[in-house]
Every structure is written in C-alpha cells, then in structure tokens.
Design a protein around this ligand. Sequence first.
Ligand code: FDA
Length: 389
Amino acid sequence: MTWDTIILGAGAAGMMCATQSGERTLVMDHAKAAGEKIRISGGGRCNFTNMYAGPENFLSGNPHFCKSALSRYTQWDFLDMVTRHGIAYHEKTLGQLFCDNSAKDIIAMLRAEMAQAGSELWLETQILTVGHNGTRFTVDIEKSGRRETLTCQNLVLATGGKSIPKMGATGLAYDIARQFGLKITDTRAGLVPFTFSDGRFKAISGVAHPVRATANGTTFDEAMLFTHRGLSGPAMLQISSYWQESQPISINLFPDSDPFEELRTRRQVQGRRNLTTELATLLPSRLVDHLASEMDLSGNLADQSDEALHGLCDALKNWEMVPSGTEGYRTAEVTLGGIDTDGLSSKTMEAKAMPGLYVIGEVADVTGWLGGFNFQWAWSSGWAAGQAI
Ligand code: FDA
C-alpha cells in the first residue's frame, strides 16, 4: 500500500502534523488509543499551552532551533483551534491554560481535524522495520496478526520520548533516526522528582511550601513538595531538567520575605518565645521539626544574637542538598535530549541529509519547562512539518 505521508506516533505532535499534511496521510500507533499522554496530562485536564510560551522556556543543544516553529504556530493559533471547537478553558497559574472539563476534549478536537483533513489513523499497529528503497520509505508493520509493507514519500518520526514506558513510550524514533545517519544527543529524564536514598523526608511527606529553587544556575519560584522518596512539586520538577548528577540543589524557603527582619522584630517584643515556635508561624511546623534535626534551632529568640539570626536566615534561604538521583523515566514528564537538531531544518523539521524524513515533538532535542510548553512544542513542530509536506 502506498501513501504520501506516514506519521509514526499518534501523540500530540503526530496528530497535529496530520491535521496539516493533507490527504493520503496515514498515522499509526501501537497503542489502543490516540493521544494517551494528552488524556492523562494536567491531572486529566491537559495543560495544553502557555500564554507566555517563547523560546526561552525550552532546553536544547541549540536554543535557537525552536524559534521558527514557535513563532509560526503560536499558543494563540492553538487557542484559536480550541475556541473554534467550543472547548472551555481557564488559566490556572503563570499563563498555564487547562481544559475546564477534560483532556479528552483536546484529543477529540485533533481527531476531528485529522478526519477533516482526510488523514487515516491505524491503532494497535506494530512497526517492525523501516527502510528506504532508493525512491520511497518502506515501513513493515503488523496489524491484526497480518504483516504488510507500506511505502511513502514522507516519513514523520513522532513517537515521543522515553518517559513512562508503562504508557507505551519506546526509543523507536531514536533507532530509526540513527539508521538514517542522524545524531542523537544524550537523553535523560526531565521534569522528574528527586530521590534521596536515605529517605530523609519521609516523616514530612505531604508538606508543601513555596520556594525559590536553584540548580546549575537556573532558578524557579514555585511550590515544593516533600515526598516519601524525596522532593517533588513544580519547583523541583522544573530544576530537575537543569540538574546534573551529584550537583547540589539550593532551596530558598523565604523567596519573598526577609526572615531576619521579622525574627529580629519579634525578638524585641517576644524574646521569651521559642525559636522553633516562631519559625513555625513562618514555615510549615512539620518542616520546622525536620529542620531542627539538621540545624541548631534550640533556645529562645532572646538567645539569638544578630549574627546567629543572620547565620540561621542565610541557611534557610540557601538550604543546600545533593539528591541521590531522580525517579527516572518511570515518572518523568519528558525526555531531555534526543534527535540532534543540527541535522534538522528548523523551518520544516526535515532531516537535512535525508529528504522526506521529518522529526517532530519530544523525540527531537527540544524540551520545554513545566506549564504547557511541551505540548506547545508538539503543536508548533507538528504544524511546521505538516505545512512543509
Ligand atoms: P507523545 O508521547 O505524545 O506521542 C508518542 C506516540 O507514539 C504515542 O501515542 C505512543 O504510543 C507512540 N509510540 C511510541 N513508540 C511507538 C512504537 N514503537 N510504535 C508505535 N507507536 C509508538 N506537557 C504539557 O505541555 N502539559 C501537560 O499538562 C503535560 N502533562 C504531562 C503529564 C504526564 C504524566 C506526562 C508523562 C507528560 C506530560 N506532558 C505535558 C508532556 C507531554 O505529554 C509530551 O511532551 C507530549 O505528549 C509529547 O508529544 P509527542 O507527540 O512528541 O509524543
């Protein structure tokens, strides 16, 4: 069977590409349903884009690569589509747009647009081998127990990253890209909780607090969550993408205030109060209990000299620790690294050395921050390839 375009992967990027690539497009996926990550994203409500999305919200070996696609298919373009389909949405925080009802609305929208564009979708299809016969790509598949060889002019790699293998993530596109001579940059889990092998935060698991978190020179102001295994919450997920193994992370427990001035004032009027009691009015009390096991918080406020208070406040504003590692691909939202963008056209996503081969979405070495940026990259890169085909 011959096709103009075969898209491997019916996820966010693959489906968006199929809305643009014209008739005689086949999208195939080994999963039972299209867009499974969309379905579970954003707690079932899909944080489908971010009002402030721009190139600065992405990590890549080449930070300029994402600019063209992001500027030609923007968050406002996607929002137009969402609005056209009558999908109700709201801003949760920091420009993050979520569906009011269900992430399934986004999948239904993309399926409707794909159908309108005349593309076909094959689910539960195993991709066995991919090749090129000199003029066309060949794709050997197995579907419903039958093997078949398909050919196409354009082959789009959209099988996503390695995160959450339980949901069907595979490294297929990396292997195919390698086969056609493309380079792969090192991959690792991103937007992922930190772990501490000594289980130091077990007793305060469930405690959350707004912090300023820093790793490798990059800082985010968001909430942090203590867990049985370590640290999570948006602030930790964000800096996990910048963190390198065995590096320290730094946590400022007072991102918006100066505890020194506050404690010094209280010392003047309530000097007999316990230091821990006073700290527990500024921080979650279970967190203060934990801190007391790590640093000297004994005595009354009146016992603390200015120097001691300064030392304590500095420690609370620069709480350093070295995570043992991360939860890895098991729970990571994204894969950092991927198919090297040096080998791709930033305008069309086409491989420079292999005409007709396109790379879109998470499998490329472009990774967004937490907050709707990764879907925006899927929409923008999928649209750019679909337009070029
Ligand atoms: P995606 O993973 O969506 O699709 C790849 C498709 O390829 C899948 O359908 C898969 O089944 C298929 N496939 C893989 N291997 C195959 C093989 N060998 N043969 C056939 N098919 C194969 N981002 C965001 O912006 N906002 C959010 O709210 C969230 N929330 C979120 C929650 C969770 C739990 C996760 C894991 C991730 C997110 N993300 C997110 C990230 C976002 O889901 C991700 O970046 C995009 O889905 C990437 O889109 P792609 O189309 O590139 O891959």
